[in-house]
Design a protein around this ligand. Structure first.
Ligand code: NDP
Ligand code: MG
Length: 393
């Protein structure tokens, strides 16, 4: 097989590091041509990765970090670049497999751009599907590009569907650990701190997605992601709390059979599956000893404890640009919580308030979906969220 050309957006993050780890174990620069790696502020690590993988290009998203990146790459053959245009230029460089692992809506434009070149996009950035699902899929289709899901639940569903017809699917169930506060009394949630919300019982992930797991905004995004990626009626998509995080998703078929995907909570499985697809290769994830595990537990995902789940249903029902508004409001509310401007439970209040305001006219549901429109709604929702935060703070 020809050497594959690889690019990683968000290489310095949790998904990015795991991707670099797998590439390195599978031969690194001896086995792959690494085209570009991108990062944000952690330019020291970005430069280290780029040197080790002999990348052609390293891009920091922030122009003010350019000099530091350039200095960290001194004496190497790696080219340095910075800013949004440089990210777009990196997406234009021919590649066979691109990992989309920037956090937040900022991950959408480079991924969209890469799809226009017919590249295979391994998609960890769930915000891309939430904000612009139909546009992303249409772009991939128009350019013969493939999107491989990397979010663990969606990789699990994708694997359960191999050899199956989507028409045979009766229901899709994604599991949720319940995050840091699943056993807290409801009335204690209002006073939960960013530190408390930033520790996950099972998964080791970036801080933002960890807090989103405690609030279940992560699961809310994933419900929408499921609808968009697999094209399934929202009424057929469920979430269930599964504290052990060993079953990632289940697909129920019309004959009553349910296929469950079971594995350790280690993102290198889903990343490795996307990297080696359609083959399977040895991966450095723990093997489960089921007799030792003994039992698996499930509980209902309570919408009173996690109002984000109820909001996700409203977003799936409304469609159009509602996902873009929802995601941007969620990102702004999360920023405000991390900055201690609002409390933990107020994040959902802010998002609900923004959705209410922006749905007053029909812009969200009637406007055609374009990247420009998504970015415009993203901006409007962040402004509305800032007002909602000020009113609460
Ligand atoms: P991290 O916060 O760990 O990493 C984010 C990456 O994006 C870093 O490389 C960071 O750079 C970069 N970055 C941050 N802000 C920007 C920006 N504005 N523009 C460009 N680059 C930026 O995130 P995760 O790895 O946890 O998550 C990445 C994506 O994958 C998210 O969409 C998340 O929802 C999804 N995901 C993550 C999972 C996980 O296990 N972590 C599981 C499933 C999905 P730097 O750090 O250098 O500043
Ligand atoms: Mg997930």
């Amino acid at each position: 097989m020809a050497r594959r050309r690889i690019t990683i957006f968000g290489a310095t993050g949790s998904i990015g590091e795991n991707t670099v780890d797998l590439l390195t174990r599978q031969g690194g620069a001896d086995a792959y041509d690494v085209v570009a790696l991108s990062g944000g502020r952690n330019v020291a690590r970005l430069a280290e990765q780029a040197r080790a993988l002999k990348a052609d290009l390293a891009v920091t998203a922030y122009p003010e970090c350019y000099d530091d990146l350039k200095a960290a790459l001194a004496g190497s053959s790696v080219e340095a670049a910075a800013g949004t245009d440089a990210l777009a230029e990196a997406a234009d460089r021919p590649a066979d497999w691109i990992m989309s692992a920037i956090v937040g809506a900022a991950g959408l434009p480079p991924g969209m751009r890469a799809l226009k070149h017919g590249t295979t996009l391994a998609l960890a950035n769930k915000e891309s599907l939430v904000t612009a699902g139909p546009l992303l899929l249409a772009t991939a289709k128009a350019h013969g590009a493939r999107i491989l899901p990397v979010d663990s639940e969606h990789s699990a569903i994708f694997q359960a569907l191999v050899g199956e017809e989507i028409d045979a699917v009766e229901r899709i169930i994604i599991t949720a650990s319940g995050g840091a506060f699943r056993d807290w009394p409801l009335d204690a949630l209002a006073n939960a701190t960013p530190e408390q919300a930033s520790s996950h019982p099972n998964w080791d992930m970036g801080q933002r997605i960890t807090v989103d797991s405690a609030s279940m905004f992560n699961k809310a995004l994933e419900l929408i992601e499921t609808k968009e990626y697999f094209g399934v009626d929202p009424a057929r998509i469920e979430a269930v709390v599964h504290p052990e995080s060993l079953i990632h998703a289940l697909v129920g078929f019309r004959d009553g059979a349910i296929m469950a995907h079971v594995g350790p909570p280690d993102m290198r499985h889903a990343i490795g599956y996307a990297l080696n697809w359609p083959d399977r290769r040895d991966l450095p994830v723990a093997r489960l000893d089921l007799a030792q595990i003994g039992q698996l537990n499930f509980r209902p995902a309570c919408e009173k404890r996690w109002p984000a789940l109820r909001l996700a249903r409203e977003v799936m029902q409304a469609g159009g640009l509602t996902g873009a508004a929802f995601n941007a409001a969620k990102e702004a509310a999360l920023d405000a919580f991390l900055a201690r401007r609002i409390g933990f439970t107020q994040m959902a209040e802010v998002v609900e308030d923004v959705l209410g305001r922006l749905s007053r006219d029909s812009t969200l549901t009637k406007s055609p979906l374009s990247l420009e429109k998504v970015l415009e709604v993203d901006h409007l929702a962040r402004e509305a969220a800032a007002e909602a935060v000020s009113a609460l703070a």
